[in-house]
Design a protein. Structure first.
Length: 300
């Protein structure tokens, strides 16, 4: 069954300038569990949600949107990939908090004059490759029922624009072997991070009552058996874009009465070879619930 992607909602392709400045209206309720305060011990205002993680340049902010418990869960999931495959790219692109980081090094194996030597190279100068995952379309879009399985896919390799230049001095000496940063990040961590980005973006654009979410259990980790039903992507790697990331909301005809809401995400989209992910966040609400065109939803 082919999928008819209809763009009945306005697509929001965001450039760097727009991303830096976009602060949405406060939600006043945890967008994951519904709590109205930070914690029972500290009944203060809810925390602000960075839709794209700060460590990936996120400038879309949804104020008063996460409680302490849910923030701890979503942050821990995000850190798996931010400290793993994306780490070197983040250092080189100076993304994330401006705290002074201790210098870090990665080994590069260089074959020189018939000998093999290990060189320790600072992350700033490392010819980094980002090894990440490519996914097929979320299974819900082909109309099938959810099945228990692990989210799996192919491998995508991203290279920063400076890759060739940083690699050349070593390559001139002979062959090189890379050692990826040590990481415990899995496809489930990536899928849950994408689910969080997509859900919070849909809440920002549509309001918390603007749709029925499919993703809360996945985001909070209480049930991830059907991750590949809702989270996936396309194996067509889009061309390099000069934006730091891209996110857009679209609707797709569903087998039911209401169309599915799909958020398409590209992280580090200015890094060559980074894939596009698709997350089916939920079903669009009825028309009186649907507040996408309400300009009052966004604070300028
Ligand atoms: Zn919560």
């Amino acid at each position: 069954m082919s999928v008819n992607v209809e763009d009945r909602t306005s697509e929001v392709m965001l450039g760097k300038a727009a991303l830096r400045a976009k602060i949405y209206a406060p939600v006043g309720r945890c967008i994951y569990c519904g709590s109205t305060e930070w914690s029972a011990q500290q009944p203060r205002k809810l925390g602000d949600e960075h839709i794209i993680p700060e460590g990936l340049g996120g400038g879309l902010v949804l104020p008063e949107a996460s409680c302490q418990t849910c923030e701890a869960v979503t942050s821990a999931v995000e850190l798996e990939w931010l400290r793993g495959a994306y780490h070197t790219a983040r250092v080189q692109k100076e993304l994330g908090k401006k705290k002074k980081r201790p210098p870090r090094f990665l080994p590069l194996q260089v074959h020189r004059d018939g000998k093999t030597v290990w060189e320790s190279i600072s992350l700033e100068k490392y010819p980094a490759m980002i090894v990440t995952l490519l996914f097929d379309e979320p299974e819900i879009l082909s109309g099938c029922i959810p099945v228990d399985k692990v989210l799996s896919g192919g491998v995508a390799v991203g290279t920063l624009p400076t890759f060739g230049q940083l690699l050349k001095p070593y390559l001139d000496q002979g062959a090189v072997t890379f050692v990826p940063p040590r990481s415990s990040a899995t496809s489930v961590h990536l899928g849950r991070m994408l689910a969080k980005i997509a859900h919070s973006y849909a809440v920002a654009e549509l309001g918390i009552t603007g749709f029925t979410s499919f993703l809360i259990d996945i985001i909070l980790g209480t049930d991830t058996r059907h991750l590949s039903h809702y989270v996936g992507g396309t194996r067509d790697v889009p061309p390099l874009s000069d934006k730091g990331y891209e996110i857009k909301l679209t609707t797709v005809e569903s087998v039911g009465l209401l169309p599915y809401l799909v958020v398409k995400i590209r992280l580090l989209s200015d890094v060559n070879g980074m894939p596009e992910y698709w997350v089916v966040v939920g079903e669009r609400g009825s028309d009186e619930q649907f507040r996408h065109d309400d300009p009052g939803n966004v604070q300028k």
